[in-house]
Design a protein around this ligand. Structure first.
Ligand code: CMC
Length: 378
């Protein structure tokens, strides 16, 4: 067996062959199944994009209608799952609540029949349909309220915002939210997708695959960064404080949240789209001082760090968009998960099509033939 050079974080090492999405980090290009993200953001919907990612082609009108219909039908969650969630501490992070609830789906839909296309379809539909309901239910229950039932007359994103805020959303906000989901739906071999594929490769059930990916997404170096961006903008507090804050962070070799990417060495194309969406929202619902701070910070970071290829990533502007919609900061990452379920499912399916269990190797740096020292001599 050839022994490869050890690369921390597996940087540059292909972990799978995949036709789901493509990134050119030098030119700032992202494509889902070959279609540019800019085009999907403008012309598609999150559910149509999910279909594209999972089944590999854009659906016909009839296929899309059937898919949307099935998802609408499966949005409700069992009362036992709701009761389980009611017992979660309200101080718990919604990502932990989501991870536990996603795993719990496996208790209710446990038949594992991975060679059966009907089983695969049912799992895809259930996960896309129920995860938003679980996120919204936890949000209401931790406030002491009963969860709101999904509304069949509302589209995917409008229904989620309705379940979250207990009122029908503004159509522009619902459309922008849907675009945000499309932008976050997939992104090649990132940490949570890798985690999903490793878990899938053991042929466990898809709910365990999603729970494992949700757990991985939660960390501040991955999906958790958008929460940290808002905390950072609040800490900066004013446009005047941007440069002193940046100087201080860089002196302490601290990272600036929402900047930098393992793959992109230019501005993340999703950050550009999100910035435009933020502007549309601010135009309709009023400008926000945090947006001005963000724009100034982007400018200042570019002056200082562009030579290292550090530019805004997807998390930099997404938090501003969600904040403007009145969404609590600790729901930003669960919302990222609602979107990324589409990508994880596409990778789960792809992994099963040509599966081999992941079993990498390691570079052992420990002792050999060490003596066992009796406890009284230690
Ligand atoms: N602020 C300041 N310097 C940075 C930043 C940043 N945000 N990101 C990278 N650098 C510097 C880093 O200090 C290092 O400099 P030097 O070579 O002088 O030591 C160089 O750039 C390479 O950094 P790295 O940490 O080795 O890069 P990586 O590919 O391992 O990490 C990253 C990528 C995204 C984890 C990192 O850029 C980071 O921690 N960013 C802040 C957190 C963040 O915004 N995460 C969201 C990522 S995008 C969405 C997602 O994947 O979920």
């Amino acid at each position: 067996m050839t022994v490869c050079e050890y690369k921390p974080g597996l940087e540059g090492i292909p972990a799978a062959q995949s036709s789901v999405s493509y990134v050119d980090g030098q030119q700032g290009i992202l494509q889902y199944r070959g279609i540019r993200i800019e085009e999907l953001a403008e012309k598609s919907t999150f559910l149509e994009t999910s279909y594209l990612l999972i089944w590999g082609t854009l659906p016909t009108k009839e296929e899309l209608e059937a898919f949307e219909h099935e998802i609408r039908y499966h949005r409700r969650i069992k009362y036992r799952i709701r009761d389980m969630m009611k017992c979660f501490p309200e101080s718990g992070h919604p990502m932990d609540a989501l991870q536990a609830s996603a795993a719990a789906l496996g208790l209710f839909y446990s038949r594992r029949d991975l060679d059966n296309p009907a089983y695969i379809r049912a799992a895809v539909v259930r996960l896309l349909a129920k995860i938003p309901t679980m996120v919204a239910a936890f949000q209401l229950m931790r406030k002491g309220n009963d969860p709101v039932q999904p509304r069949d007359d509302l589209g995917y994103s409008a229904n989620f915002l309705y379940m979250l805020n207990e009122r029908e959303p503004d159509p522009l906000a619902a459309r922008i939210f849907d675009v945000c989901l499309t932008l976050h739906a997939e992104h090649t071999m990132n940490a949570s997708t890798f985690s999903a594929r490793v878990t899938a490769s053991t042929l466990t059930d898809p709910y365990a695959v999603m729970a494992s990916a949700v757990g991985t997404l939660g960390g501040p170096l991955h999906g958790g960064a958008n929460e940290e961006v808002i905390a950072m903008l609040e800490e900066i507090g004013s446009v005047e404080n941007v440069r002193p804050y940046l100087e201080d962070r860089l002196e302490r070799k601290a990272k600036i949240m929402g900047f930098g990417h393992r793959v992109y060495k230019v501005k993340d194309p999703r950050a550009t789209i999100l910035q435009n969406l933020a502007e549309q929202l601010f135009e309709k619902f009023g400008r926000d001082k945090y947006y001005d701070i963000a724009v100034e910070l982007e400018r200042a970071v570019e002056e200082k760090l562009a030579h290292k290829g550090i530019y805004p990533n997807v998390d930099f502007y997404s938090g501003l968009v969600y904040s403007k919609m009145g969404i609590p900061t600790d729901l930003f990452t669960p919302i990222f998960a609602i979107a990324r379920v589409a990508g994880w499912l596409a990778h789960w399916k792809e992994q099963l099509e040509e599966n081999r269990i992941y079993r990498p190797t390691q570079v052992y740096t420990g002792l050999h033939e060490a003596a066992y020292i009796p406890i009284e001599e230690r």
